[in-house]
Design a binder for this molecule. Structure first.
Ligand SMILES: C[S@@+](CC[C@H](N)C(=O)[O-])C[C@H]1O[C@@H](n2cnc3c(N)ncnc32)[C@H](O)[C@@H]1O
Ligand code: SF4
Length: 419
């Protein structure tokens, strides 16, 4: 059995930095975050200052590599950091790796956690893309999510971002929304979309609600008190979203992502295309080839890990083994361009013709319904339905692949690190 993909010798050119502080924990969220209370702010929080010391140690001990093309500072609520704290972090990144010309530097910002001065400062420090956690424009929905911000905060934040872009201080920004929330009727969702479009974000990330174990939402669901749309209604809403945004000029380039031309997120492509990335911070996961290195999710364990670490993020360093095909399917099919058929042909030992026949047998139903295609050398989910019903198609695809693997290629690595 030939191994299809060469091991990766390319050192990552992307970095994820995790800032694990929020004012409150939202009712749906299971990210590794520490709630600090409603008044929390980087300028006066000893917890944030202590954590930043750890993060600087993590950065200083990270392996060297080429200048970075993308940096993503996520959380948590990184906009709680003061401007000097952010400047110091970006200076440490520049010292460790440097930034390539025109590198994309994204900061996640929550409405209500920053003002126009802080925005001005973080943009002057080198941030050129902002991801704004809006979630909804409806005050009732925002309260039901446990969010700190309200519609007025969100509108104000959008105004500042629009102005910064118009003045050439900000290259791009994105707005996050969540769809298929409890109590969110189709009409209310349409009102949300209209409000979002009125703010003219160059990029939109729209996430289908996942009820994560251990959250307030999961407990409400267990009690039968979480009134979310059923599967059909949820899929209808996603299809409606696709058409609504297409009519406004947004390309649906990834399952949860829409962009005006030239505004696709470069950093996220690193994850979707199987390229490697460095990661620093509590609970952050670095990825190189098939390897995933997750840092501990509590501050105590992270501090201990930093003391004990060997000093590298990618196991033994390059060359890293190629990611398993299951992983490549799961992440690669999220993107509109899909995955190359030659990956699958190589991994399965099938000729391209035999692979096409095999796929035809396994996925003919989905193909007839227009959800999946294999042509032009690639296997793709076709938006909108293919994206909206991706879970069902991917279930069949992975079952097909595992059947193939079980029959022909015992001992291949199992999927790692994919949600
Ligand atoms: C890394 S989170 C943090 C961003 C930022 N702190 C915020 O919440 O505004 C990025 C996005 O993931 C989405 N998200 C988080 N948990 C989710 C869940 N359980 N289901 C769907 N979307 C979720 C939210 O839209 C959020 O803005
Ligand atoms: S603000 Fe963002 S990261 Fe923090 S708890 Fe809410 S969703 Fe999670």
């Amino acid at each position: 059995m030939s191994v299809p993909l060469p091991p990766s010798r390319r050192l990552p050119r992307s970095l994820y930095l995790h800032i694990p502080f929020c004012r409150r924990r939202c009712f749906y969220c299971d990210f590794p975050v520490v709630p600090l209370g409603d008044g929390a702010d980087g300028t006066r929080s000893p917890s944030i200052a202590r954590y930043l010391d750890l993060l600087h140690r993590d950065l200083a001990a990270a392996p060297a590599g080429p200048p970075l093309s993308t940096v993503y500072i996520g959380g948590g609520t990184p906009s709680l950091l003061s401007v000097p704290q952010l400047q110091a972090l970006l200076a440490a990144v520049r010292r460790r790796w440097g930034l390539a010309p025109a590198a994309e530097v994204t900061l996640e910002m929550d409405p209500g956690s920053f003002d126009a001065d802080r925005l001005r400062g973080v943009l002057a420090a080198g941030v050129n893309r902002v991801s704004l956690g809006g979630q909804s424009f409806d005050d009732g929905v925002l309260a039901g999510l446990g969010r700190c911000h309200r519609r007025a905060d969100l509108l104000q934040a959008c105004r500042w971002l629009r102005q910064a872009r118009a003045q050439g201080r900000l290259h791009s920004w994105s707005l996050d929304l969540i769809v298929n929330l409890p109590g969110q009727s189709a009409d209310l969702w349409e009102t949300t979309l209209a409000a979002a479009l009125a703010e003219q974000p160059p990029h939109l990330s729209i996430y289908d609600l996942i009820v994560e174990p251990g959250t307030v939402f999961a407990r409400a669901e267990a009690r039968g008190q979480l009134d979310c749309p059923d599967e059909d209604a949820a899929a209808d809403r996603l299809v409606h979203t696709h058409h609504r945004l297409a009519a406004a000029g947004y390309g649906h380039y990834e399952i949860s992502s829409w962009a005006l031309p030239g505004h696709g997120a470069r950093h996220n492509r690193t994850y979707w295309t199987g390229a490697g990335w460095w990661a620093c911070g509590l609970g952050a996961t670095a990825g190189a080839g098939a390897e995933r290195l997750a840092r501990p999710r509590t501050r105590e364990a992270y501090a201990l890990w930093l003391q004990q670490r060997a000093g590298d993020q990618g196991g033994d360093g390059p060359p890293w083994p190629a990611p398993p095909v299951d992983d490549l399917l799961l992440v690669g099919l999220r993107c509109r361009e899909g995955v190359p058929l030659r990956w699958l042909a190589g991994a399965s030992g099938l000729t391209p013709g035999a692979l096409q026949a095999d796929l035809e047998a396994a996925l003919a139903g989905w193909r007839r319904q227009g959800l999946v295609a294999w042509d032009g050398g690639r296997l793709r989910l076709l938006p909108p339905e293919g994206f909206c019903l991706s879970n069902a198609v991917l279930r069949d695809l992975l079952a097909w692949w595992q059947g193939r693997r079980g029959a022909d290629a015992p001992g291949r690595p199992s999927p790692a690190g994919c949600r």
